[in-house]
Design a binder for this molecule. Structure first.
Ligand code: AMP
Length: 195
């Protein structure tokens, strides 16, 4: 059996947070979402939260060193020894190098990258719905536009790196939660990553 060391990647509103949590539950590994870590810190008013709030609200990326340190700490915890599901990290090529350095040292490479794709208008529709339901401070028009554009310019290119390694599974993100989840499970099973 291949250990589930997974990354889920997709534009804002692709459903990656929801699917990521389901995958993590099914494969019994922790879901590590940098966005969730940042939001929890902002909510609790921690020093980290105070440092990153304005950056997040504007839809910009938090500096790589800060984000990388958070992920390394989290992946070094015991519950991530048998695998993990990364959601929202890495998000640019520099973060890919940082993560590679960390995982190479442990001899624990990523073994699948789930690329969740949804058309741009569908992802905007879903973000608008979420803004209404959750009231996220960064779900305003300006921030949404900036995050989608950063996704296209900085995050999508990291898929080329992982494609070259042969570890990307492109999954159609349009459909019910169950349908999309099933597609992901089928793709992972084909890699020997089984529930
Ligand atoms: P998310 O929930 O993944 O969309 O993340 C929400 C916000 O947190 C992003 O718009 C960024 O401001 C910040 N963030 C999350 N992950 C990262 C990352 N890997 N690098 C830099 N900033 C991040």
């Amino acid at each position: 059996m291949t250990e589930p060391r997974l990354l889920i990647i997709g534009p804002q509103g692709s459903g990656k947070g929801t699917q990521g949590q389901r995958i993590a539950d099914a494969f019994r590994v922790p879901a590590v979402s940098t966005g969730d870590v940042f939001r929890a810190n902002v909510k609790n008013g921690t020093p980290l939260g105070l440092e990153v709030k304005a950056i997040i609200d504007a839809g910009d990326l938090v500096p790589d060193e800060l984000t990388g340190a958070i992920v390394r700490d989290r992946l070094a915890q015991d519950d991530a020894a048998g695998g993990f599901l990364l959601d929202g990290y890495p998000r640019n090529l520099g973060q890919v190098s940082d993560l590679d350095a960390f995982l190479d040292e442990r001899d624990e490479p990523l073994n699948a990258v789930i690329e969740l794709s949804v058309p741009r208008d569908e992802s905007i529709r879903r973000i608008a719905l979420r803004a209404h339901e959750q009231g996220r401070a960064d779900d305003n028009d300006e921030s949404i536009a900036k995050r989608l554009s950063i996704y296209e310019s900085e995050t999508a290119p990291i898929l080329d790196v992982y494609r070259e390694r042969g570890i990307v599974d492109a999954v159609d993100g349009v459909g019910s939660l169950d349908e999309v989840f099933e597609r992901i499970v089928v793709a992972l099973t084909a890699r020997g990553i089984v529930v």
